[in-house]
Ligand binder design. Sequence first.
Ligand SMILES: [Zn+2]
Length: 542
Amino acid sequence: MLQNPVIYRKGTSQRYQTPRLLKRNTETAMIRIYNTLTKTKEEFQPVRQGKVGMYLCGPTVYKPSHIGHMVGPVIFDTIKRYLTYCGYDVTFVINITDVDDKLIAESNLRKIPMSDVAEEMTADYMRNLDAMGVLENINHFPKATEYMPHIIEFTQSLIDKGIAYASDGDVYFDVTKFRDYGKLSHRSLEQMLGEGGLTAEQKRSPCDFALWKAAKPGEPAWDSPWGKGRPGWHIECSVMSGCLLGETFDIHGGGLDLVFPHHENEIAQSEARYDKPMAKYWMHNGLMQASNEVGKVGGRNTHEAQSGDFESQEAGKISKSKGAGAFREMLKRFAPENIRFFLLSSHYRRPIDFSEERIRQVGTGLETFYRFFKRYARITGENFHDIPPAAVRKEGDLISSGGDPLLQQAAELRAKYLETMDDDFNTGGAVGILFDLLRLLNKFADEQKLEENAETLQISTLKQGAGILRELSATLGMFLKPPQTVSGNEELVQKLMGLLVELRLAARKSKDFATADKIRNDLATLGITLEDRPGGTEWSMK
Ligand SMILES: [Zn+2]
């Protein structure tokens, strides 16, 4: 087993120095992050040395997750993995919005309490994050309903400062009292006021937004100094990020559609209260949009488009109403690693063109790695997945023992990979370099005919090269475990089940309940359960 797959050179006179830890990256490499606030790439300097606080706006849990809900978590999970590899201690928070108009509507529709809807959909979200390898990396999942006393206290403090006002049981933030309003979305208040917007009689200005909403009869409500009600959406993020990460933290993330009004309002709330910056770096991932297939995934707002970049992405967004199905169903057709690789194959700030065909193409690329892992096992008698990935990044020039050309080229690719990831976490570029490295290793095995007759030195060289592949791919959260592919058989099962569900539905429509029941009961004896849900029939296997 390889402990240190590479050898580092301190100076030319110490060419064959044994592996050793040189300076940690936090002192040497420079990571640059594109900050929406300044519209530039800035050098990453955390608030507290060696530590990073990262907050990502999570889902409103009223429907099962779709692939759009996985984009942010996979991207920011990768950013955490990379920062951790670079020596930082990262605290990663994703919030859960478990009280909201959509949740109330769903609870009324299904005639079950709002908390039951939230619980069911949160569990679905967690299972999906787990499948994607993200769950283990998230430190806190705060829920809005668990922070009611903090939310009320925060709102009261803004009233006390004269920045918010109560009106008819609602509480509004007065945007004219916060000088920097519009700094994230780069719009002036005059411009926004000129555009008009929703006018409510209780508001002083159309741009004021709700911190607290009075409850209508029958709605879930909490006691407050302003009467029974519930929080607005934006306030929970200001409260929970402050409680868990501090008044100023490092990275605030979210989809591009959250820049305005959600993040603009978070900034207004937090900075008006604490008189200090809320977050140093505001990072926004591109939205997933329909490619040639109908539909869009992601997004939670129905507000108007704000910028050219955003508009173009918003127009093509995929949504449940346009056909993007539950993510757990997608997991029956695609291995999680295939989906993860697909999400990381482009730059996080670009829109992701969604189509199942594209995921399949990415899966074909993934197969070339899996074939190499088998080849590696045949040649070395060891498993690629048993190579321990480097826990912490090491700097320095990498050379091979004996100046092997393979390892010199692999070292160059490694340096290029790190440079690419240091440049605003360009995972798309990094994936391309992994393919270059894979080609290099395969070429070496071909040319040296390693499967026929490999010498110890050649095997050792291959192992060192594969060690670099292991080290780098782990920073993307890739190839951590042996592949779990969806086999051809499983695809067939999927199609056959679709057929049976269709036949049962047809039988029920023609009132042939005996046949419909037989299908359900016979499947049950095989351990397959059918569940009729509002969106159609779903099946699961024990
Ligand atoms: Zn938020």
